[in-house]
Design a protein around this ligand. Structure first.
Ligand code: GSH
Length: 225
């Protein structure tokens, strides 16, 4: 019988990407909670280079890096596919996986920015909704068409994390110029959150906000000290 373990930490959006993929595919797995302040021997052994979560361990074979894990899961458990079969559409999905993953670290690091660094990060992020609306989503429901795919999972964190980061920093990162701006992105956010599997596997926004505020306070205190 196969053994699948996921080393993750709350509320890591990178861990959530993998949770969503495994849940959407109906893969049974054991979730192993990591403590990043006191990393386990298992994590250090399985991801010696980056020492980060998530790590997926399939029959004792570890794989690190969330987008690599997503690709590997797709090949290991091809049922309930999260990538298209057509080579061009598959490549298109991979373009967006890469693009959205590259943007994720700036977006997620936003909570830990102040001053000029924050202004620069904000400027960069304000371009993002337009690109996603016009190039990524177009008239489609999800990045790959009618069904949730890997690119949606990579960007899925913004459906909860973005609002929380904006509230914690009191900055509108992806601020629409008008209330009805970016309607396709808004619809995508609603569709993503309303998917029953995703909905059952999202962090509580209040807990996430409290966590983000605590992290930001620690940062601000260290800047003053
Ligand atoms: N590029 C990595 C990023 C993973 C990552 O940053 N994980 C964080 C938790 S959200 C972590 O494990 N940090 C531990 C550390 O930096 O020591 C991925 O996509 O898996």
């Amino acid at each position: 019988m196969e053994e699948v373990k996921l080393l993750g930490v709350w509320p890591s959006p990178y861990s959530y990407r993998v949770i969503w993929a495994l849940e959407l595919k109906g893969v049974k797995y054991e979730y192993v909670k990591e403590d990043l302040a006191n990393k386990s021997d298992l994590l250090l052994r399985y991801n010696p280079i980056h020492q980060k979560v998530p790590v997926l361990v399939h029959n004792e074979k570890p794989i690190a890096e969330s987008t690599v894990i997503l690709e590997c899961s797709e090949e290991t458990w091809p049922h309930n596919p999260l990538l298209p079969t057509d080579p061009h559409e598959r490549a298109f999905a991979r373009f967006w996986i890469k693009f959205l993953d590259d943007k994720s670290s700036t977006l997620l690091g936003f909570n830990l920015t102040v001053g000029e660094e924050q202004e620069n990060a904000t400027k960069e992020q304000r371009e993002l909704p337009k690109i996603i609306e016009e190039q990524g989503l177009g008239k489609k429901k999800y990045f790959g068409g009618d069904k949730i795919g890997l690119a949606d999972l990579v960007f899925g964190f913004i459906t909860v994390w973005l609002g929380v980061l904006e509230e914690a920093t009191a900055v509108k990162v992806m601020k629409p110029a008008a209330a009805d701006d970016f309607p396709r992105l808004q619809v995508w956010i609603e569709n993503f959150r309303e998917n029953s599997v995703i909905k059952a596997n999202l962090p509580d926004p209040r807990e996430l906000l409290a966590h983000s505020k605590r992290k930001r306070e620690v940062l601000l205190e260290s800047k003053i000290a």
